[in-house]
Design a protein around this ligand. Structure first.
Ligand SMILES: Nc1ncnc2c1ncn2[C@@H]1O[C@H](COP(=O)(O)OP(=O)(O)O)[C@@H](O)[C@H]1O
Ligand SMILES: [Mg+2]
Length: 164
């Protein structure tokens, strides 16, 4: 169980936080992302993609019309989903549920709390709060110890030490 609070002073730092996550997340991880529009969720996913596949993130876009975008170039497949766009759908497409429950792939969902009831049993929750123009607070909650390396790996961004 890990709970920690980070500070990101600029977009590059948020990408770097994601990148570190991308290097240490185990296969099968599900990451639930929350934060208002413009908080930096997509920036963080860019970083995760970069951590999985150096250079492979350059083309990462928001999953707008495709609902889910998948990247196959890295050490494992990354699925990027945005529940905001799916909000009006009567049910979650099967391929998205499959990705979320995959034991091999990593799936990251923006606006995850819109559909809290479909999260898999084990998850990491990341919530980004806007402090002012460029500063963000990034709260990471890993209640099932999916990735025990997180507190050490993200030490340089930590403002509140991990609660374990
Ligand atoms: N510390 C920061 N972390 C992330 N993004 C930041 C930060 N400061 C400013 N920004 C800006 O905020 C915007 C975040 O956009 P995006 O990642 O698409 O947000 P979201 O996916 O949460 O709607 C980008 O334009 C980015 O440059
Ligand atoms: Mg986004």
């Amino acid at each position: 169980m890990t709970k920690l609070l980070l500070q990101s002073p600029n977009p590059q730092a948020t990408i770097q936080i994601g990148r570190i996550l991308g290097t240490c997340l185990p296969r099968g991880s599900f990451v639930a992302l929350d934060g208002i529009l413009g908080a930096g969720k997509t920036q963080l996913v860019k970083g995760i993609a970069c951590g999985l596949d150096e250079g492979g993130w350059a083309g990462l876009r928001s999953p707008t019309f495709t609902l889910m975008l998948s990247y196959h170039g890295g050490r494992c497949v990354l699925h990027h989903v945005d529940f905001y766009r799916l909000n009006e759908a009567p049910e979650l497409p099967g391929e998205i549920l499959e990705a979320m429950n995959s034991e091999r792939d990593i799936t990251v969902v923006e606006w995850a709390s819109i559909w809290r009831e479909v999260w898999p049993e084990r998850y990491i929750h990341v919530s980004i709060e806007v402090e002012d123009d460029d500063k963000r607070r990034v709260a990471i909650d890993d209640p099932f110890s999916v990735c025990p390396e997180i507190p050490k790996a993200l030490e340089e961004f930590t403002v509140q030490p991990a609660e374990t």
